[in-house]
Structure formats: C-alpha cells, structure tokens
Design a protein around this ligand. Structure first.
Ligand code: HPA
Length: 266
C-alpha cells in the first residue's frame, strides 16, 4: 500500500481527493472532460489491468464543481480472472488517499419489467450472487471490523439527493436492488426470473465487491446503474456487449449531468 501511495503521490502534487467515482462500461466520458492528473493502472504498484472494451483503465484526478475528485476510468472485474482482493484494492487506495464519499456506477440489465434501456436506477440495496466476498482472508483492523454490518450500504441521504438531482435535470430516477453475478456469461432467463423473485431490479457483474469493501472501510456510498438492456428472457433479443456499450453511449451525456450535480451536492 505504501508503494502504491508513494507512486501516486509522485504524479499528483499532494492532491487530496474527497470524492471517489468508479466509472462503469461506456460511462467514462466525464474523466475525459475533467482531468488534471491521470495515471494508467498498469503503472500503479498493486493495480491489475482492466482488459475489456469500453474501459480505459486509468486513475484520473480532477477538481469538479469545487470538489476534489478521483475517478477510476474503468474498473477491474472478477470475471477477468482477478481475485476479489485485486478488484477491490483501488477502493482501499482511495480510502487511504482520504476519500470518504464514493459513487459507484455500472451498466446493468433490467430485471424489473417496468424498467427500460436508457433508464437510470439509484441502487437502494444489493444481492451478492458472485459466490465470493472480497473480505475473505485475514482482516486489516486499520480499515474495518471482521464482521461488518451491511444494513445500510447505500446512503439514504444520497438516494434522496439523487432523486432531487433527477427532478432538477428532468430525469426519472428509478430505485432498485442490484444483483451481481460473476459473469462473464450473461444470466439465463431462469436466473433472471429467480433474481426477480428474490427482489432484484437490475443485474450486473460488478459494483458489489467494491460496495462491500467501501462499506467496510466506513465510506458513504452512492450507487448508480445505467440500464442498458432488458435482462435475459424479457425480450426476444439476444444480449450483447455491443448493445450495452451502445445504450451507455446514448445515456452518457444525461448521466454525466447527473454525476456533475451530485458531485456538487453529496
Ligand atoms: N446482465 C449482467 N450484466 C450486465 C447486463 C445484464 O443483462 N447488462 C449490462 N451488464
């Protein structure tokens, strides 16, 4: 960790971020527009490379609306073959850099039949179906407790602020439960039906490990899903990453406006 922090320090002139943002598939544009310092993951000690299309793989520091922000332009995924510890390491790094507020974003499929591609959902809770937990292993007491409480992972006040921002920007903000599976295959129709029965509204392959670690570290979390497609079995269409990226591209300016307003208010 000290090597990681020392390396980052060399490029950021003592920049102390207060807000962290993880930008999901196709949602990285804000870090192209606002960028004071950027460091590719492959150069940062302890970081694994993010390998998939739609993800750039760099840490971007910028002041946005008078708030100091660090953004992950692209994240690491469990399905890439990284361990749960590896994909959540950047969250611990953000914590050590001073981040207390975290915005997690992702692209997700609609499980709730009233949702449509192009919708934005604020995450109210999650279901971990990844079959693993990033906190497995020895506990680092300096970061958090062995058995962290998970009864309010997503900050209630941030959810209200998101609704308020939605009203200002004329975006109908959906609320829902995000369910994560490991991927990389999309879910089957039977799995999505099960997800709906057990209370999920949107399905994806990320965010949950980061939310677990950030909650464990005592960060306040806001989660946003861009609904990019109907999940399996809802429409006749087959699922594809190109559809996910295409819808994310269509929503990205609306999404960026929302994030900019939230940065101001959280
Ligand atoms: N399922 C899982 N992950 C996803 C989906 C989906 O339908 N869409 C975007 N990411």
């Amino acid at each position: 960790m000290q090597d990681t922090l020392d390396y980052i320090e060399q490029f950021t002139d003592g920049f102390k971020p207060e807000i962290g943002i993880v930008l999901g598939s196709g949602l990285g544009e804000i870090a192209d527009v606002y960028c004071e310092y950027k460091i590719p993951y492959e150069h940062i000690p302890g970081f694994s490379k993010s390998t998939i299309e739609g993800h750039k793989g760099q840490l971007v520091f910028a002041e946005i609306n008078n708030r100091k922000v660090v953004m992950m332009q692209g994240r690491m995924h469990y399905y890439e073959g990284h361990s749960m510890q590896e994909i959540t390491y950047p969250i611990k790094v953000m914590k050590k850099l001073g981040v207390e507020k975290l915005i997690l974003t992702n692209a997700a499929g609609a499980v709730n039949k009233s949702f449509r591609p192009g919708d934005i959902m604020v995450i109210t809770d999650h279901i971990n179906m990844m079959g693993a937990n990033p906190l497995i292993g020895p506990n680092d007491k300096t970061l958090g407790v062995r058995f962290p409480d998970m009864s309010e992972v997503y900050d209630k006040n941030y959810i209200k602020l998101t609704d308020k921002a939605g009203r200002i920007l004329n975006i109908d903000i959906k609320h829902g439960v995000y369910i994560a599976s490991s991927g990389p295959s999309y879910e089957t129709p039977a799995e999505i039906k099960m997800a709906r029965y057990i209370g999920a509204d949107a399905a994806g392959m990320s965010t949950v490990p980061e939310a677990i670690v950030a909650n464990y570290c005592g960060m306040r979390i806001l989660g946003l899903s861009c609904i990019t497609n109907f999940a399996a079995g809802i429409s006749n269409k087959k699922l594809s990453h190109s559809e996910v990226i295409e819808t994310a591209n269509n929503i990205k300016s609306k999404f960026k406006e929302l994030i900019l307003l939230l940065i101001k208010n959280i």
